[in-house]
Design a protein around this ligand. Structure first.
Ligand code: DC
Length: 246
């Protein structure tokens, strides 16, 4: 990114909205875009998917049956969980997740968590507890919050709402690349099928299904670089100095 572009961002910092809600399906690019936006605007970055993952990990590690909704809900209420910015770790993480006094950032990406997280995130009591935590985290300062229901449920008054999408094929390609970079096995058909399965569960669940807020801007990232998408977002009226607005 050019120096001119960076200095334009610096000048706009005082104009940035207090909350930016970003939603969208798995591997749509919302986490990458959200992280970049938070860095350039110097906001907190909160990836709420990591909280549903941490809850799922806790259930698996404590042998709480995933099908037992009341037990998973009670466990959720007891968890000590936080998301904090990266400090000295230099391992490609975008944030650090603490769960009951342990850094679980990478454990959250385990295949067992992938398999069960959609089920856990469909439980009403789990959602109520995590949404409450997310709202109180949003009070820490200006925030870019990423998830499935941020614009619709968690921060319905956020002044900027984005809904990031990409084709299922492209999302599967991105997941494959990510997994390869982490030295993991990849099976294209399996990854694509898993993405489609999670989209179906996340968008058809009874409580807070994944969908764009009525006032969200839908951005398709298929075939586009993160930088190009970031430019589009920063050109929105909400990021322009007050005198430049119509
Ligand atoms: O973004 P992710 O893949 O890390 O999300 C993991 C799961 O959590 C996904 O199945 C959807 C769910 N989720 C949710 O229901 N609500 C959110 N705000 C964030 C994630």
């Amino acid at each position: 990114m050019s120096d001119e572009f960076k200095s334009k961002i610096q000048n706009l910092k005082s104009k940035i909205p207090n909350a930016i809600a970003i939603d969208g399906p798995a591997a749509s690019g919302k986490t990458t875009i959200g992280r970049m936006l938070a860095d350039y605007l110097n906001c907190l970055f909160l990836d709420t998917g990591s909280m549903y993952r941490a809850t799922t990990l806790a259930a698996l590690q404590n042998s709480v049956p995933i099908d037992d909704e009341p037990a998973v809900t009670t466990l959720t209420e007891q968890l000590d969980m936080d998301i904090i910015p990266v400090q000295n770790e230099n391992d490609g993480r975008l944030y650090t997740v603490w769960l009951n006094g342990r850094d679980v950032t990478w454990e959250l990406r385990a295949p067992a968590v992938d398999r069960h997280v959609s089920q856990v995130s469909a439980y009403k009591g789990v959602r109520q507890n995590l949404v409450q935590r997310q709202r109180s985290m949003a009070q820490r300062g200006r925030v870019v919050m990423v998830g499935r229901d941020i614009g619709t449920v968690v921060l319905p008054d956020a002044p900027v709402k984005l809904y990031i999408v990409a084709s299922a094929e492209e999302r599967a390609r991105r997941r494959m690349l990510e997994r390869r970079q982490r030295g993991l096995d990849v099976d294209h058909d399996q990854i694509l099928a898993d993405i489609i399965r999670r989209d179906r569960i996340d968008s058809s669940r009874e409580h807070s299904p994944m969908r764009p807020a009525a006032d969200a801007l839908i951005i398709d990232t298929t075939g586009r670089s993160p930088e190009a998408v970031l430019r589009e977002i920063l050109a929105l009226p909400a990021f322009q100095p007050a005198q430049a607005r119509p």
